[in-house]
Ligand binder design. Structure first.
Ligand code: FAD
Length: 623
């Protein structure tokens, strides 16, 4: 078949996975086409207009470190910023912003439209062209065909999407958008395992109808954090507060009384929903002993009165939604602008993917985003970037690339999905990573930008910024390492006088910084130990690297050890019952999955590093 227009890479879908995929492919040098239902909805947030959070913020930083768009768009759209876990260690600190929905979409569209090598076309894709077992192009709703060396599918919740509000149900990709039914049907004919998942969203409320008296205000942090390593606070629009309210006993009564009309409980919805973002009806049933649940009232933007009541996602009938909203403090007279709903959609078993997100069944076809069983913009964007980059690499005859678990949360995400699959919407948490101390938000650029530059997705300016930062950190570490305070020298006297620390032996500035009660700013305020570096990010990096040096070193050794044993074979017929100390759960999982190597065993969900050590000891004893 001849294709009138030939691209290196075609991306289907202009959501969070699709835009990052298209941008990465184009940046990596591939002539790229982004095909989406509607150019107006490029970068649209289907649900909560917020970016980042625990685990997700790490993904945003990594996407940014690899040249992606999400952090830049968030910097231009974030109207309330917070650092979560600010009082905890640097590994679990996470950036989150409430975004202005319209500004976010506009920022993404602007980045996509100004990317050289990338063209947009508004059309639904109805079919894939597959020749000799390999994807070679796509066919759109109006019968146009486009050829490509690689195709990245990022159809989100649109594949055979079915929307539920009470007993009412209709086909849709999300509220206000059509589903991708023809494409879903074609995909079901391919040798890729498909199933159904579900997600939901709360009703939206007119802010003017809320009584804020007695509700808790939640202002953002001041100064506000920034997402992109190249971003600045000046890019942020005007800042606003969020608010907090709670469900009441009456709310829960109403919900319990309406469960016989809930599509979740009548069996109407078959797909599994997100465990960590359950509907309010789910919460009331599962946590029956709780008399109240927290609700964050989050503005949807600066130029709209709509707010997002985070915590009451629901697919109950509209009359119940109205009653339950009215039973919540401050919402007594609230006007609902959009009903809440649940959506069921097709997703594909991600174990059918290579770790570079190409389908094993159809070479040249890549899957990314919600269709791989994940939930969340950040998870989608991260996969999109990897799929788009690899589609471009393949189109240029280059080897694939993907980060390892010890290099990036993106590596953890992809490895979890492709090794273990998922039967419920998967979201990222810091607890999913073994090497949290290494995979921090503050060092994603140091971890990834050099590789990104070599792969072509990180432009020279960003790479230069990275080198400047790395050199500044090195210089400062060396400077501190060379400053010695001794009992009786000038520096020692200054330390004793200004910090109240007794200098009883020769100590350098790095040792002083390791003391838990001292931070970098205090240390460098001492005469002779300053001046501090001008850049906050460099100062933060120096502080973390010095304070956690011992832990980081230990983790590095652990990573090395794991890497060495990655390919240690577990012989066929291996008797797991003979390994002493394995828990019943681990035993069951290993017997069920029968991993071929220790590396694979380590990636079976629920198999702990301690269990791997026991296996290793046993294998060594057998040899
Ligand atoms: P999407 O953002 O869905 O983008 C898909 C894009 O593909 C769209 O632009 C669409 O028009 C286009 N497209 C689809 N099919 C075709 C085709 N055949 N031809 C051309 N274009 C096509 N996430 C959370 O983290 N927490 C939540 O609580 C949550 N709740 C949600 C509730 C609802 C109702 C919905 C709809 C989503 C929710 N999400 C939630 C999920 C979040 O929206 C997604 O994780 C994220 O948008 C996925 O990004 P994506 O790029 O994979 O897909």
């Amino acid at each position: 078949m001849r294709h009138p227009t030939l691209y290196d890479v075609i991306v289907i879908g202009g959501g969070h996975a699709g835009t990052e995929a298209a941008l990465a492919a184009a940046r990596a040098g591939a002539r790229t086409l982004l095909l989406s239902h509607n150019i107006e909805t490029i970068g649209q947030m289907s649900c909560n207009p917020a970016i980042g959070g625990i685990g997700k913020g790490h993904l945003v930083k990594e996407i940014d470190a690899l040249g992606g768009a999400m952090a830049h768009a968030a910097d231009r759209a974030g109207i309330q910023w917070r650092t979560l876990n600010a009082s905890k260690g640097p590994a679990v600190r996470a950036t989150r912003c409430q975004a202005d929905r319209a500004l976010y979409k506009a920022a993404i569209r602007c980045i996509v439209e100004t990317e050289p090598n990338l063209q947009l076309f508004q059309q639904a894709v109805d079919d894939l062209i597959i020749e000799h077992g390999r994807v070679t192009g796509v066919v759109t709703q109006m019968g146009l065909s486009f050829g490509a060396n690689a195709v990245v599918l990022t159809a989100g919740t649109f594949l055979a999407g079915k929307i539920h509000i009470g007993q009412a149900q209709y086909a849709g990709g999300r509220a206000g958008d059509p589903p991708a039914s023809a494409l879903a049907q074609k995909l079901r004919e391919l040798p890729v395992a498909a199933d159904r998942l579900k997600t939901g969203t709360p009703p939206r409320i007119d802010l003017r109808s809320i009584d804020f008296r007695g509700l808790e205000e939640q202002p953002g942090d001041d100064p506000a954090p920034v997402f992109s390593y190249l971003g600045t606070r000046d890019e942020h629009p005007r800042q606003v507060s969020c608010w907090i309210t709670h469900t009441s006993e009456q709310t829960h009564e109403l919900i319990r009384g309406a469960l016989d009309r809930s599509p979740l409980y009548t069996g109407q919805i078959e797909g599994v929903g997100p465990r960590y973002c359950p509907s309010i009806e789910d919460k009331v049933v599962r946590f029956a002993d709780k008399s109240s649940h927290q609700i964050f009232i989050e503005p949807e933007g600066l130029d709209t009165f709509e707010v997002y009541p985070n915590g009451i996602s629901t697919s109950l009938p509209y009359d119940v939604q109205l009653a339950l909203v009215h039973s919540i403090k401050g919402f007594g007279k609230a006007h609902i602008t959009r009903p809440g709903y649940a959506i069921e959609y097709d997703y594909f078993d991600p174990r059918g993917l290579q770790p570079w997100l190409e389908t094993k069944a159809i070479p040249g076809l890549y899957f990314a985003g919600q269709i791989n069983g994940t939930t969340g913009y950040e998870e989608a964007a991260a996969q999109g970037l990897v799929a788009g980059l690899n589609a471009a690499l393949a189109a240029q005859g280059k080897a694939p690339w993907y980060p390892r678990r010890d290099e990036a949360y993106i590596g953890v995400l992809i490895d979890d999905l492709t090794s273990n699959g998922t039967i419920e919407p998967y979201r990222m948490f810091t607890s999913r990573a073994e090497y949290r101390l290494h995979l921090r938000e503050d060092n994603a650029d140091l971890r990834l930008s050099e590789t990104g530059h070599a792969l072509g997705v990180v432009p020279q300016a960003r790479y230069d910024a990275l080198r400047a930062k790395r050199e500044a950190v090195e210089r400062e570490l060396q400077r501190l390492g060379g400053l010695w305070a001794t009992p009786g020298n000038v520096l020692g006297a200054a330390v004793e006088r200004q910090l109240g620390i007794t200098v009883s032996r020769e100590t350098n500035a790095m040792d002083l910084l390791r003391r838990p009660e001292l931070d970098y700013a205090q240390l460098t305020s001492v005469a002779g130990l300053g001046p501090p570096v001008a850049r906050d990010d460099v100062a933060a990096q120096v502080e973390v690297q010095v304070k956690y040096a011992g832990y980081l070193e230990r983790q590095r050794e652990e990573i090395e050890r794991q890497r060495r044993h990655e390919h240690t074979a577990i012989p066929a017929g291996f008797d797991y019952d003979k390994v002493r100390g394995l828990s019943a759960e681990v035993l069951l999982k290993l017997k069920r999955t029968l991993p071929a190597t220790l590396g694979q065993a380590a990636r079976v969900s629920g198999v702990t590093p301690a269990a791997i050590s026991l296996l290793l000891v046993h294998l060594k004893r057998r040899d």
